[in-house]
Structure formats: C-alpha cells, structure tokens
Design a protein around this ligand. Structure first.
Ligand code: NAP
Length: 315
C-alpha cells in the first residue's frame, strides 16, 4: 500500500495567474476596440478530427471570447489538401479583418511530415501569434522577440508572478522541441539563467536535473521526473500533459486512495504531467497538471493576438 504523499512544495497556481493576465488584458482589449473600431481578431484553423485538438481549440475560442476578442474557427476536413490550407492562410494574411492566425497542430498525417513547417512558414510573421515562423524564431534567438511562443512565455509569467528568481539560477529544461523546450531555453537565457537543455540522448539525466534550481519538464511522459532527480527546494514546472487511460498507471502514480484515482474511475481518463506527484515532497515549488501551464498557454495566445492587432493597425 502506497503511503500518502506529504507535500512540502508550494503550488504554482497557473490557473490563478492566467486569470490575472486575462483580467489585465480585458481593458486593453476594450481600448483597442475603441481605437480600431473592432476587437482584436483571431483566426484559428483546425484541420482533421484529432479529439485533443478539438478540445484545445474550443478552450482557446472560449477564453478569447470571454476576454473580448473576436474569434473565427475554420474547420477543415482531414482530407484537406495542402494547397487548400495554404490558400486559406494566404487569404487570412491579406485580410484586414484578421490580426492573429493560428493553425492547430498536429495537422492530418495525410498532409505529410513537412506540412506543418510549410504552413507555419506561410503565415505572415506579423500575424504569427504562435511564433513558429522562422522570422519570429530568429528574433527570439537574438533576444528581441516580437511574439514569444505561448507555452514557454506562459511559464516565464508563472515564474515571475510567483516570485521565483530566474537571473543567476541554474535552469534545466528537459525536452528540445521547437514549440516548448528550445524556446523555453532561449527565454530563460534572455533572463540570465544558466541554462542546460536535456533530451532523449542526454547521458545521466538525473545528475543534470539534480543541479537545477529551476527545472522545466516538457517531454510528455507521465511521472517521468522522480524525487531522486530533483534538488531539494528546487522550483519545478511541469509542462507535460499526457492523457492516461490505464488505471494501473494512475494507481501507481497517485495511490489507491487518491482523489485522482476516484476522478479517473468516474471519467475513464485523466491528464498527467511529466513530474511524479512525490516530487512535491522535495521541491520548493511545483506547478500542477492540470491547472498549471495549460491555462497560461491560452492567456499568452490572447496577449499575442492583442500585440498582433496593435502591430497590424499601428496602435
Ligand atoms: P515533443 O515534440 O514530442 O518533444 C518531446 C521532447 O522530449 C523531445 O525533445 C525528446 O527528446 C524529449 N524526450 C522524450 N523522451 C525523453 C526521455 N526519456 N528523456 C529525456 N528527454 C526525452 O513534445 P512537445 O510538443 O515539446 O510537448 C512536450 C509535452 O508538453 C507533451 O506532453 C505536450 O502535450 C505538452 N505540452 C503542453 C502544453 C500546455 O499548454 N500545457 C503545450 C505544449 C505541449 P529528443 O529531441 O531527443 O527526441
């Protein structure tokens, strides 16, 4: 029988920070509307029928509406051709009625492996609210971001607003994807952390992560980061979100008496982070999943859309 965990870590409340960011955005959105004659406008392109993507897009749509933005979702079939998708992006690039364009990934597999990069490259860099275009990646790499990618910039907001010191900290990022790990490392570096990026070929990962004052995990493996990998008192941000449908895994990670197992039994699935719950016994601060980085990603998308509107309208 698993002992109940005895958390010491302060909870980094992403949902509360995201709500604060959205509350701050609302009057800025209203001011934009009075100058521009319309609210900042976000166009989301959703191709195919990936269930998780549908949930992400409806969450983004709802949050945008609640914050006063206008949102149009373009739903395309899984059989859409790449030229049709690129044609839609071209029309949105040229439209004065659109400030921000987001193409939800993953794209349908039938479009081929390079389709996502081709589509991201086709989006006008001034409307690229996900910041995946090479020009925006380049600006970020040079330390002068126009838009910062939503998930890692959400992590920076969480750290700042929770009072966690970044400058001079030994920061370790696990994961080197273009959308999370790599831009996360660049943002931390810009803020004067000493940054190490780990990945699947890192030798003795635990020895590296144990050095971290600030540990960000973005790999997508439930419970991968265990207690022995974390320096006592470290701040740990869990970006991973993996849907788990296997009861054994939920029981192993959270315990037989846990609220999480009860909720799993009701719903048949649960979303689990990369960080094992027992890390709360050693870390100084820890972001939960769900309710950590996810809501911040959406708040930063709204912020980027307002920035895009101001850039496009020159206000
Ligand atoms: P990804 O493109 O699959 O990249 C995963 C990264 O993790 C890769 O760099 C990979 O290394 C590394 N990795 C995998 N297994 C590893 C291991 N055993 N040890 C060390 N490194 C390992 O994933 P992603 O798009 O960055 O997303 C990562 C996670 O964050 C996923 O769970 C995703 O759902 C979640 N996410 C959450 C949000 C949010 O808003 N909360 C937003 C975006 C993503 P290699 O490069 O060597 O293969």
């Amino acid at each position: 029988v698993q002992k109940p965990h005895q958390p010491v870590a302060r909870r980094l409340d992403g949902a509360a920070v995201a709500a604060a960011i959205r509350a701050e955005l609302a009057p800025e959105v209203a001011a934009f509307q009075s100058l521009a004659g319309r609210p900042p406008a976000l166009d989301i392109v959703l191709a195919g029928d990936d269930p998780a993507s549908h949930v992400y897009v409806s969450n983004k749509e709802r949050a945008a509406r609640e914050t006063g933005l206008s949102v149009t979702v373009h739903r395309l079939s899984a059989n859409v051709r790449l030229d049709e998708l690129l044609g839609l992006v071209d029309r949105l690039n040229a439209s004065d009625a659109t400030d921000g364009i987001l193409v939800q990934s993953p794209l349908p597999p039938g479009l081929g492996k390079d389709a996502a990069q081709q589509v991201f490259d086709a989006i006008s860099p001034l409307k690229d609210v996900d910041a995946f275009h090479a020009e925006n990646v380049g600006l970020l790499a040079q330390g002068r971001p126009r838009f910062a990618p939503c998930t890692p910039s959400g992590v920076m907001e969480l750290l700042d607003r929770e009072g966690i010191t970044i400058a001079g900290a030994e920061a370790v990022v696990i994961g080197r994807s273009e959308i999370v790990g790599k831009p996360m490392a660049l943002l931390l570096l810009k803020r004067d952390a000493t940054v190490t990026v780990c990945h699947s070929r890192t030798a003795d990962l635990a020895a590296v992560t144990r050095r971290a004052d600030l540990l960000v995990s973005a790999i997508g493996r439930p419970g991968f980061v265990t207690k022995d990998m974390v320096k006592p008192g470290a701040s740990v941000v869990d970006v991973g979100t993996t849907p788990v449908r296997d009861r054994e895994t939920v029981m192993r990670l959270f315990g037989a008496d846990s609220a999480r197992l009860k909720s799993f039994d009701q719903r048949g699935s649960t979303v689990v982070g990369d960080v094992h719950p027992a890390v709360a016994e050693v870390a100084g601060a820890l972001s939960p999943v769900p309710g950590g980085v996810g809501p911040l990603t959406i708040a930063m998308l709204l912020k980027n859309t307002l920035t895009a509107g101001r850039l496009n309208r020159r206000i």
